[in-house]
Design a protein around this ligand. Sequence first.
Ligand code: SF4
Length: 362
Amino acid sequence: MSGFTVRGWCPDAWRPMESGDGLLVRIKPRLGRVDRDQALALCRLAQTYGNGLIDLTRRANLQIRGVSEAGWPALVAELVAHGLADPDAAREARRNILIAPDWTAGDDSHRIACDLIARMGELPPLPGKVGFVIDAGHAPILNREPGDFRIERNMSGDLILRAEGRECGVSVPFGLEADRLIALAQWFSQSGAARMARHGASLPDWAEGTQHPAPARPAIAPGGAALGVPFGRIEAAHLSRAITSGFRITPWRVLLPEGPGPASLPGFITDPSSPLLRVDACPGAPACPQAEVETRDLARRLAPAVKGRLHVSGCAKLCARSAPADITLTGRNGRFDLTTGAGPPALTDLDPAAVFAHFGVA
Ligand code: SF4
């Protein structure tokens, strides 16, 4: 198995990551969308080669888990055949682009992302987590989502280039957005930094600006056409029954169908007041080898009883959520530590029964 494992890299189709339940294969749909045929293919592939589940990531990507070493080459071949992975592994590794999920054909987000994708070969090798944000809708929607090199709107509605970690960006002439993104990535690569947000060096003069990004509009939430995905995990069997069109993938555990949805949607959240929308829980045990506890069944039972944001984490790495939650349960030696807000644990060494009792869950 170890031949497939490249620690410190983000996995993709060509570089699966070893996980507790087999290989994890990350799929980066072009422009954050899959058409109906691709979606049906994904469901079939998750059931044939994986554990029958599809995960949504915080970068609006998809993951198939539980893939065997023997099955991986055939899975990659199918992903390439369906246009779900680039046939070139280097281009696939560089194609880390988060695009405003409600783009429309021919708008600025679509135009710029297509330009950038067409020029992937001009990008230097970049650290695995480094990526681009194309947020050129009528107002920003991805302000809270990380991304090292960003195209956004300023207060006047004009497009700006902004480096992550800098408050302001610089105006970009129409049509040169991809040029400037590539130039900034080249400067970044030569400077040897790992992430733009922590990069203390002065930007090149042409990338320094005084343009503040406009305030963000709200993220897309379940309700109407938008479908919430509990914990970001979909059963492929449910998804294949729900698919009547292509869909967009958002970084908020929400799918945005491109056409009218079906009448019945088992497994999805359609109620914007669902308590599951206030819960973050990583895969936990047994899916993650570092997990010290099971997470998602416990989170699902606790959700209605907890006020505010709940985070259940399989270990102290806290992968599912970086900001403090109102209640955080962190696995340790098969039991849980309970933290409120950002402080130290208020209670430690709780078994699941004690956790349920604490929140009055029978
Ligand atoms: S928080 Fe720990 S258990 Fe959960 S996914 Fe991350 S490493 Fe695994």
